[in-house]
Design a protein around this ligand. Structure first.
Ligand code: C2G
Length: 449
C-alpha cells in the first residue's frame, strides 16, 4: 500500500485545502494528514489561526479522501512520521517549493500546485479590513511594539498622538523611523482614524487615555500597569464590557506560549498542590531615568508589579489574597527595592522588584510533589524545569518566545477584536483589577498612609 502524508494548518477550511487533499490522496492509496497545532503554527510565524484545533481536525477528518489524521506539533516531526508510518510520498502545496527537499532521502517529495485565488489569510480578512491602530505616546516600548506589530499583518499602526508632539526628540525620532505613521494633534483626530488604540504613556495617564478611547468606542490595548487604582481598572473593564469593546492590559508574559504552558501544567497538578511562589524582576536603572522621577508612578514596584504579580494572581487566585510591603525608599519616598509577602489560606508568595538593587530574575513555584523553576528572565518564558525529590529527576520544558514577545499580545488583541471573546482567560479582568488594587495599596502605604 502506497501511503501519502501531508501537513497543514487548515484554518477556515476552504476549496484550496480540499483540492490539495484530494490530489494528495490520488498520489497513493492511503492519506495521512498532519494538522498543525496553534502553538506550532505560532512557532512558524502564523499568529492568526482562527479555528480551534478540534474544528480544524474535524474539517479534515470529514473528507472521504482522508484516511488518518494526526497532530503536528514540533520541528523534526515530518522525518519521524515518514519512518513511523512507512510513508512513500510527502505531498504539499507548491508555496513550499524546495523547502522540503531534505525529505528526499526518506520518500518521494511532491509539490502540488496551489489553488489560485483563495487562502485562509484572505478569508480571515473577509468583511474585516485590517484593524487601524492609533498610538498614544511613543516611549521605548512603542518602538519595540512597532517592530512586533509587523508580525501581525492584520493590525496596522496608522497614527500617533503625543501631548507635546513638536517638543519631543523621542517623537521626532519615532516618526522619522516609522514614516507610515501620521502625527495627529488631537485625540479626536486619532479616534477618527483608528479602530483601536495602543496606549504607551507614563503610568499615571493610562486611565484617562483608556477611558477617553473606550468612550469614543475604540478597543484598547494599554501598557502595564493598566491603572494605579483598582476602582479605575474596574471602571474601565465595565465600560468595555457594556460597550462590547476589547480592553487588554499589555503584560506580554501573560500571552506568551511558554508562560501559558507553565500555568496549565501547574494547574494540571505536575507539582501537586501549590504552596509557595517566588517572583522577582529587577533592573538597575540610572537615577536620571524616568522610572525614578515621575511623582506618582515612579519606583520599582509600579514599574515591575504587573510582571511579578501575574503568576501570583494566576496561581493563588484573586479572592482571598492578603499582602504586606517592605521597601527601601529614597529621599523622595520612591522605592529602589520592594518585597511583598502574600498569603491566601496559608499558601504564600513573595515578589521582589528593584531599580537600585539587583537580584536573580527567577520564578520558583513550590508544590506538594515538586517545584518548577524558570530561570532569568522568567517573564520571557522560554524554558523551565520541573524538579521532584530526587535531584536527578528533572524534566525540562522548552517553548517559544519570539522576538520581544509583544507579537503574542498583539495577535490576541486582534483575535479578541475579531470576536474571540473567550481568549480573555490569558489575563482576566479580575486578575488585572487585583493587580491594580495591590499597586494602589502600595502607593498609599509608600506615602505613609
Ligand atoms: N493550499 C492550496 N491552495 C490554497 C491554499 C492552500 O493548495 N489556495 C495548500 C497549502 O499549500 C498546504 C495546504 O493547503 O499544502 C494547507 O495550507 P495551510 O493551511 O495554509 O497550511 P500551511 O501553512 O501550508 O502548513 O508543517 C507544514 C505546515 O503546517 C503547512
Amino acid at each position: 500500500m502506497k501511503k501519502v502524508i501531508t501537513y497543514g494548518v487548515f484554518d477556515l477550511f476552504h476549496k484550496g485545502h480540499r483540492r490539495l487533499l484530494e490530489r494528495a490522496k490520488a498520489l497513493g492509496d492511503y492519506l495521512i494528514v498532519g494538522v498543525t497545532t496553534e502553538q506550532y503554527a505560532y512557532h512558524r510565524g502564523k499568529y492568526c489561526v482562527v479555528d480551534s484545533v478540534e474544528k480544524r481536525l474535524d474539517n479534515v477528518r470529514s473528507l472521504d479522501c482522508v484516511d488518518e489524521v494526526i497532530i503536528e506539533d514540533h520541528d523534526g516531526q515530518k522525518t519521524e512520521d515518514i519512518e513511523k508510518y512507512g510513508i512513500s510520498i510527502f505531498a504539499i502545496g507548491d508555496d513550499w517549493y524546495g523547502k522540503f527537499d531534505y525529505l528526499d532521502d526518506l520518500c518521494q517529495v511532491v509539490y502540488l500546485p496551489r489553488t489560485p485565488g483563495i487562502s485562509s489569510s484572505e478569508l480571515r480578512g473577509t468583511g474585516n479590513s485590517p484593524v487601524a491602530l492609533g498610538l498614544i505616546g511613543c516611549g521605548r516600548i512603542a518602538g519595540r511594539f512597532m517592530q512586533e506589530a509587523g508580525f501581525v499583518r492584520e493590525v496596522q499602526p496608522v497614527c500617533l498622538y503625543h501631548p507635546h508632539p513638536d517638543e519631543s526628540e523621542t517623537v521626532k525620532h519615532f516618526l522619522a523611523e516609522h514614516t507610515a505613521i501620521a502625527k495627529v494633534r488631537t485625540l479626536e483626530k486619532l479616534f477618527d482614524m483608528a479602530d483601536a488604540v495602543y496606549i504607551a504613556t507614563p503610568h499615571a495617564s493610562h486611565y484617562e487615555y483608556a477611558k477617553a478611547a473606550l468612550m469614543a468606542d475604540k478597543h484598547v490595548l494599554c501598557e502595564k500597569p493598566l491603572t494605579l487604582s483598582g476602582s479605575q481598572a474596574r471602571e474601565l473593564y465595565q465600560i468595555a464590557e457594556a460597550s462590547g469593546l476589547v480592553l487588554m492590559e499589555a503584560v506580554k508574559t501573560a500571552y506568551c506560549p511558554g508562560f501559558l504552558r507553565l500555568i496549565s501544567l501547574i494547574r494540571s497538578g505536575v507539582i501537586g498542590d501549590v504552596y509557595d511562589i517566588e517572583t522577582c524582576f529587577t533592573r538597575l536603572t540610572p537615577r536620571a531615568c524616568r522610572e525614578w522621577k515621575a511623582p506618582e508612578g515612579a519606583g520599582s514596584f509600579t514599574e515591575f508589579a504587573s510582571y511579578v504579580l501575574l503568576p501570583i494572581v494566576k496561581l493563588l487566585g484573586t479572592k482571598d489574597l492578603s499582602w504586606q510591603f517592605q521597601s527601601v525608599l529614597n529621599e523622595n519616598r520612591v522605592d529602589s527595592y520592594t518585597k511583598v509577602f502574600f498569603n491566601s489560606h496559608g499558601k504564600t508568595a513573595s515578589a521582589k522588584t528593584g531599580l537600585g538593587v539587583k537580584s536573580a530574575g527567577e520564578l520558583t513555584v513550590s508544590g506538594t510533589q515538586g517545584y518548577i523553576r524558570v530561570s532569568a528572565p522568567w517573564w520571557k518564558t522560554k524554558m523551565f524545569s520541573i524538579h521532584r525529590e530526587d535531584p536527578l529527576d528533572v524534566q525540562i520544558v522548552v517553548d517559544d518566545f519570539l522576538g520581544d514577545g509583544l507579537r503574542y499580545e498583539i495577535a490576541d488583541f486582534l483575535y479578541r477584536i475579531r470576536g474571540h471573546k473567550d481568549r480573555d482567560y490569558k489575563l482576566r479582568p479580575e486578575e488585572s483589577v487585583k493587580m491594580a488594587e495591590i499597586i494602589e495599596d502600595f502607593l498609599r502605604w509608600r506615602c505613609g498612609g
